[in-house]
Design a protein around this ligand. Structure first.
Ligand SMILES: [Zn+2]
Length: 406
């Protein structure tokens, strides 16, 4: 079910140092069928490799358990779809992409990214994703799916069949999920055209630290990457981290352009210099941060339990993985927050693991009009607020990491 993670997945260093211990935590996507069902719990702890600066979890849960049936749906977010559409326009201009481009999206989920790219390029695409429950959703949109995990076996299969070599490979919000990152990059290198580019996008470690985004820590996220460890890794695998740009999505993400030839841009060097100068490879930086996290959790927990003890009614929005970490670390239950609102059909009627809070549809929010709605999926706050207002919700909103009331 899980294995201990002993040595750094980038540089092999065995002296990994712990800095954030969030205790025993249930798997976020393991939604329960009854409120009193017991969800198995596993240790959720983050370690630092001081040699290359990679933050990583102390255990690895079996990926088939986590991703074989995946309840997260990318296309549920309009913000993400817009982000993908803008990305398609940018990459088209930067790399002369057109209708002849063959594009592989690794872990393309329900096809949200490819659907937006197809609108811009009208090109040939393939989604390589292990989730069985998402295949039909993609195929109904005309997106072909190769239902497997990305790695050397998938790459060899592509090379042995009649698929062309891709000029574009995208992998958004998946790199942090990967245990064997060297194989992941080797597999990309083996299929990418020599004039092609692989775009890897992930939430940026520096945003995670600066904005106290500790709730981004959950079992799917095995690594918390910054640019320095990625540049080390690319160098080891004979690839070039050619460019990096920063984007606001998911609390602050970086888009990394990986190529087979060329030199790292000045921008890449600037990121690496800044990370090392600011001590992102030193354990003290992270230990100081963990103390701040403790403070954030206590403040949030106090705000909710105090309000729940009064006449105020508080619900939460989105039975997300982030929300699962936050609610469990803050030790909240249905006594504090009686309902979580969600729009993913598969989640409604289930119970949040560890807290036993029932997951209900938007109708319940409009019907009950609670005084406050905690935005557990704060990364899509604007979009969620708009949606709730449009549906007729008149109460106020709480941003959990800052306890700000909107
Ligand atoms: Zn390392």
């Amino acid at each position: 079910m899980f294995k201990s993670h002993i040595s750094c997945r980038v540089c092999g260093n065995e002296k990994l140092k712990p800095y954030l211990n969030l205790g025993l935590m249930p798997l976020s996507n393991n939604l329960l069928s009854a409120p009193d069902e017991i969800a198995p719990r596993y240790p959720l702890e983050v370690l630092l490799c001081e040699r290359c600066g990679l933050s990583q979890l102390s255990i690895v849960i079996d990926p088939v358990t986590l991703f074989g049936h995946y309840v997260y749906r990318s296309s549920m977010s309009e913000g993400y779809k817009k982000h993908c559409h803008d990305m398609a326009l940018d990459l088209r201009d930067q790399y002369d992409l057109d209708a002849e481009t063959f594009h592989i999206d690794i872990a393309g989920n329900d096809g949200a990214l490819l659907a937006e790219f197809k609108k811009v390029l009208g090109h040939k695409t393939l989604n390589i994703d292990p989730a069985v429950n998402l295949i039909k959703i993609c195929e109904d949109q005309g997106i072909r799916v190769y239902n497997t995990f990305w790695g050397m076996a998938a790459a060899k299969h592509l090379l042995a069949t009649s698929w062309p070599l891709p000029k574009l490979i995208t992998a958004t919000n998946v790199f942090a999920h990967v245990d064997d990152v060297t194989e992941f990059l080797d597999a990309i290198k083996s299929v990418l055209r020599s004039d092609g580019v692989a775009i890897i996008e992930f939430p940026y470690l520096i945003d995670f630290i600066e904005k106290n985004e500790f709730d981004t820590v959950y079992f799917e996220h095995l690594s918390y990457f910054s640019i320095y460890p990625l540049s080390v890794l690319c160098g080891q695998r004979g690839l070039v981290l050619a460019d990096v740009t920063h984007h606001d999505i998911h609390g602050g993400s970086v888009r990394c352009h990986i190529r087979k030839h060329g030199e790292p841009s000045t921008n890449v060097k600037r990121y690496v210099f800044k990370e090392l100068e600011e001590g992102y490879n030193k354990i003290e930086t992270y230990k100081n941060w963990a103390a701040k996290v403790d403070h954030v959790v206590r403040n949030f927990s106090k705000l909710i339990t105090y309000s729940a003890g009064t006449d105020f009614k508080i619900y939460a929005f989105a039975a997300s993985a982030k929300g699962n970490t936050l609610l469990n670390v803050a030790r909240l239950t249905a006594d504090d927050i009686p309902f979580i609102i969600d729009q993913t059909p598969e989640k409604i009627g289930k119970y949040s693991p560890g807290t036993g809070i029932p997951i209900v549809s938007l109708d319940k929010l409009v019907e009950d009009q609670p005084d406050f709605l905690v935005l557990l999926a704060w990364n899509f706050a604007e979009e969620i607020i708009e949606k709730c207002k449009a549906a007729g919700y008149k109460g106020r909103y709480i941003l959990p990491l800052t306890c700000e009331v909107i």
